[in-house]
Design a protein around this ligand. Structure first.
Ligand SMILES: O=c1ccn([C@@H]2O[C@H](COP(=O)(O)OP(=O)(O)O[C@H]3O[C@H](CS(=O)(=O)O)[C@@H](O)[C@H](O)[C@H]3O)[C@@H](O)[C@H]2O)c(=O)[nH]1
Length: 436
């Protein structure tokens, strides 16, 4: 098989990038220099927290809104971030000490506390609202009916509330939403996936440029498809300015900002529900656990380092669509790789073998993925790609905190349907042993 490495994807290797964890390395890759007032919904999470710090570091005025739902789900699952994340109040105090900058934290449920959301937008008068406040794990969204219903209720209501709140508050804030590459689906695309829109010829020969057909692979991914329709509707109906970012799988832990003080450390999920594939493999490699490759590992996916997530968000807020323009869509990825090739890279580096497990997910055994990320690259993004030097950053974090790992949480614990659950019935969570 080929790796599915997309020729259209513009990349630069991490070694050439000379990645160092200091503020200079995070120098603005932006097109605009305006300092903005930014509300970050979901600013306590894996992507939200490093993005909040990055934007604050760049001189933007940041307000974090979060209801701590991710921390509560950890409690529900009996799991915890491998890294010892601090409470929001300790985090913002530590940031004030190291940077001299204030970040305001507001505990608010975007999906449920509508009036407070409107009031906050009126008070803060933000230029941009970045929306991360969604349940983001595909496995958790497929765990059972309760999780499916929560994911739809929370994610779709949150996005709808945000649009209504921007309209009701009469503040012309630009909405920047963290979407997912998964809206496109992971079949064999047969060509390069464009950025959000696709030319079609309708019956009768009429040509149109429409939203790329949605083809979600989980309830979570389905909510992002529903979000995309909401953005399209509210843009058309109310002239909202919206950017939707179709992001790939995020990897890495720290950024040049979170590394400045241990109290700023980012969360690291390693469990079968929330851990994303490369971070899970790196963690397993560091702990001597055979790598949990699902099926043949034939899925080709898009990847992006967490540092680039934050950079992309700043590029997006500095390049809003004009009022009346359709929803702006970027593919927020650095490169595409096949899962078993990623496993091979980690296996080579750590000496730990790949273990091909029955697949808990209903997904194609093999797929190709060719994705355009030209818009971000044209706006100055020089993406970090998978590199062993950078793997060591994650490995160091894992080695430092591996005593916090619960090995029974490593094997997959959510199954897409009854057939997949039956096929995975032999997996025994208590059989996993880690080297501490
Ligand atoms: O231990 C593992 C974990 C995953 N996989 C495989 O790796 C692929 C990716 O799984 P993932 O858990 O890293 O990613 P996914 O569930 O798709 O979701 C993650 O990546 C999405 C971007 S994307 O995948 O849609 O591009 C984001 O939207 C989500 O928030 C984030 O949790 C899948 O084919 C899965 O079967 C393994 O082989 N072994």
């Amino acid at each position: 098989f080929t790796t599915g490495f997309a020729p259209s994807v513009v990349t630069k290797s991490a070694s050439a990038f000379s990645f160092t964890l200091n503020a200079e390395a995070a120098a603005a890759t932006t097109n605009g220099t305006d300092k903005k007032k930014v509300i970050i919904l979901g600013g306590d999470g894996f992507c939200g927290w490093p993005t909040s710090l990055y934007l604050s570091d760049q001189g933007h005025d940041v307000v974090i809104v979060d209801n701590l739902s991710r921390r509560n789900i950890d409690t529900e699952l009996g799991c915890d971030s491998l890294t010892p994340i601090q409470s929001p109040s300790v985090r913002v105090q530590a940031w004030k000490e190291v940077s001299g900058k204030d970040i305001k934290f507001v505990n608010l449920d975007v999906a449920k506390e509508y009036d407070l959301l409107v009031q906050l937008i009126k008070e803060e008068q933000p230029d941009s609202i970045v929306h991360f406040a969604e349940q983001r794990a595909a496995p958790y969204s497929m765990k059972n009916s309760k999780c499916k219903r929560y994911t739809v209720d929370n994610n779709v209501s949150g996005s709808n509330n945000l649009c209504c709140a921007v309209i009701d508050s009469e503040v012309d804030a630009h909405i920047v939403h963290l979407g997912t590459m998964g809206v496109y689906g992971y079949g064999t695309s047969g060509g390069e996936i464009p950025e959000g829109y696709i030319d079609v010829i309708l019956p009768g020969g009429r040509e149109q440029n429409i939203l790329h057909p949605a083809y979600p692979g989980s309830v979570y991914h389905a909510t992002k498809c529903l979000d995309a329709l909401l953005w399209q509707f509210y843009q058309k109906n109310d002239n909202l300015r919206v950017t939707d970012l179709h992001q790939g799988i995020v990897w890495g832990t720290n950024t040049p900002q979170t590394i400045r003080d241990e109290r700023l450390i980012n969360r690291f999920d390693y469990d079968g529900d929330y851990g994303t594939v490369l971070n899970r493999f790196l963690m397993q490699g560091a702990m001597g656990v055979p790598l949990t490759v699902y099926g043949t590992g034939g899925q080709t996916r898009a990847f992006i380092h967490v540092t680039d997530t934050a950079r992309c968000i700043e590029i997006a807020i500095n390049n809003p669509p004009n009022a009346g323009e359709r929803v702006e869509i970027f593919n927020q990825i650095a490169e595409t790789r096949r899962v078993r090739d990623v496993a091979e890279m980690v296996a080579k580096q750590t000496g730990v073998e790949a273990n091909f497990l029955p697949n808990p997910r209903q997904e194609a055994a093999e797929n190709e993925l060719d994705v355009s990320n030209k818009k971000f690259c044209n706006l100055g993004l020089d993406p970090i790609t998978l590199d062993e030097e950078l793997f060591s950053e994650v490995t160091e974090v894992v080695n430092k905190y591996k005593h916090r790992c619960d090995p029974t949480k490593i094997l997959p614990a959510s199954f897409w349907n009854k057939k997949r659950a039956e096929e995975c019935a032999t997996l025994d969570p208590t059989s996993v042993k880690v080297e501490v």
